[in-house]
Design a protein around this ligand. Structure first.
Ligand SMILES: CC(C)(COP(=O)(O)OP(=O)(O)OC[C@H]1O[C@@H](n2cnc3c(N)ncnc32)[C@H](O)[C@@H]1OP(=O)(O)O)[C@@H](O)C(=O)NCCC(=O)NCCS
Length: 169
């Protein structure tokens, strides 16, 4: 069962799911007054949670593996005498480009932009922007290498990440 109308929808908001996108069982899509846009042919895996407070865009052909959580907001924490749940939210929004692969069990935090064609390894917590065509993973996620076309040579890992075998040293 896909849960689209959760408590997050009490606040309104907008969900747009483009053609041929796949939303797997158990996924929760809750705009919380913001918007969630899922591009054509995108795949949202089982038990993913997508919150759209500050706006969440997911590009075409994106793959988001099971149990990933994307939260486009943070609770305010500046006041010590007001419960955090009653402080104003900060909301920057999250943008995920086209053809991005997000591995299982990732957390993507508010304000993050992920460029086209990038890979985020399983279990990562993404706290900062990751540019296009990179491979990043970890807690917090760090860039480990770059994707290369086959014409660049076979990709190999180096101590600094990945590099094509015919790259100038
Ligand atoms: C990111 C990923 C694509 C990299 O794959 P790869 O290029 O074959 O990487 P390797 O397995 O050769 O690992 C390279 C190094 O990075 C580390 N590493 C790889 N993925 C990692 C991750 N997600 N988190 C932390 N470290 C990771 C490995 O331990 C290894 O470290 P070492 O050099 O110290 O031995 C892959 O590890 C991954 O996370 N895939 C996601 C799988 C998934 O969630 N699928 C869901 C169904 S679609």
């Amino acid at each position: 069962m896909i849960q689209i109308d959760t408590d997050g929808c009490v606040l309104g908001g907008r969900i747009r799911i483009s053609k041929a996108a796949i939303i797997s069982d158990g996924a929760i899509i809750a705009p919380y007054g913001g918007s969630i846009e899922i591009g054509a042919h995108a795949y949202i895996g089982p038990y993913c949670v997508l919150y759209g407070h500050g706006g969440l865009t997911i590009g075409r052909n994106v793959m988001i593996a099971a149990h990933t959580i994307i939260v486009a907001a943070n609770h305010g924490i500046a006041q010590l005498d007001v419960p955090m749940g009653r402080q104003p939210l900060t909301m920057k929004g999250i943008a995920i480009g086209e053809d991005v692969w997000i591995g299982a069990g990732c957390k993507i935090l508010d304000g993050v932009h992920i460029g086209n064609g990038t890979v985020i390894g399983a279990g990562s917590v993404v706290t900062k922007d990751i540019d296009a065509h990179l491979i990043a993973f970890g807690v917090p996620a760090k860039v480990a290498g770059r994707r290369h076309a086959p014409s660049d040579g076979e990709c190999v890992r180096t101590s600094g990440g990945y590099a094509p075998t015919n790259a100038a040293s």
